[in-house]
Design a protein around this ligand. Structure first.
Ligand code: PEP
Ligand code: MG
Length: 299
């Protein structure tokens, strides 16, 4: 059970609530609401602080997921469909110098704890290859300067785009771990803008397409031996804890406040009893039947 954090100060609450690691450090928050950009040293200090305060527990730092709903002041781009536009890894790859600064800062911090690097919103193999090439360049530049970093640093990717979920083999071969961003995965699967209140009522984690995609991701990743987590809001929704467990999830990352309840729910669960419900839920298409099954699963 891991915690999602936005700023280094959030580690205190994560530890108080018993997080066994940081599953998602949303680093873009270091870039927001300011006129300048955080330089390498400022980023390094932030990442190192989290790594040290977690005292050897894993800290998964996500490369900045800017764009769409999270724009920096210097990059107010005018675009009709920001969620489908230049955001997350797509944006990073268009500005390699800025991306390299962050990769160097993360690598430097890896010397002070158990740091993992995570890439958001991967969609195709070329993006992953380019990101890995830039990471290799960042490592090389640190080597040239004699700066220490964890040579075994693990690299993971977020599965947030249906194409990535369906073609998971593109990523399981080259990555050390996966984490499902259900907030975006649901947005893109159901074609619902997550920032648009007028369609918020259509947002449905129990939509059969979402459940079957999740089951497919967990099954494929487990079969490939690649650890898979969920770090979207679904992971912290205690009414969905058992369902995710029954579908094959073993790593949850969420806002710290939800950790105690989700932990209790897991401790009260018996896998043999809940698995048949999940199988029935994957086959059910009637929303009322689905909700009734969920009620019985959680009873
Ligand atoms: C997600 O999409 O589920 C996720 C964890 O990333 P974010 O909410 O920051 O887009
Ligand atoms: Mg996301």
């Amino acid at each position: 059970l891991h915690a999602n954090i936005e700023l280094p100060d959030d580690v205190v609450e994560a530890r108080e609530n018993g997080a066994m690691g940081i599953g998602l450090f949303r680093t873009e928050f270091l870039f927001l609401n300011r006129n300048d950009l955080p330089d390498e040293d400022e980023q390094f200090e932030a990442y190192r602080r989290v790594a040290q305060e977690m005292d050897g527990l894993p800290v998964t730092i996500r490369t900045y997921d800017l764009g769409a709903d999270k724009q920096t002041d210097d990059a107010q781009r005018i675009t009709t469909n920001p969620a489908l536009g230049l955001r997350a890894i797509r944006l990073c790859l268009t500005e390699p110098q800025r991306f390299l600064i962050q990769l160097r800062a993360m690598l430097r911090a890896s010397h002070y704890g158990k740091v993992n690097i995570m890439i958001p919103m991967l969609m195709n193999a070329a993006e992953l290859d380019q990101a890995l090439q830039l990471l290799a360049r960042a490592k090389q530049s640190l080597d040239e300067e004699g700066m220490p970093y964890d040579r075994d640093i693990k690299v993971g990717g977020m599965i947030e785009v249906p194409a990535a979920a369906l073609a998971l083999g593109l990523f399981t071969k080259k990555l050390d771990f996966l984490s499902v961003g259900t907030n975006d995965l649901i947005q893109y699967t159901l074609a619902i803008d997550r920032t648009d209140d007028t369609v918020a009522h259509l947002y449905d984690p129990l939509h059969p397409a979402v459940l079957n995609l999740l089951a497919h991701i967990f099954r494929t990743a487990n079969k490939a031996g690649v650890p898979v987590a969920v770090c979207g809001e679904m992971a912290g929704d205690v009414s969905l804890t058992r369902l995710l467990l029954a579908l094959g999830l073993r790593q949850y990352s969420m806002h710290s406040a939800h950790l105690p309840d989700v932990k209790q729910q897991i401790l009260k669960s018996n896998l043999c009893e809940i698995k048949p419900f999940a199988r029935k839920m994957l086959r059910a298409s009637d929303p009322d039947k689905l909700r009734a099954l969920l009620g019985r699963l959680n009873a």
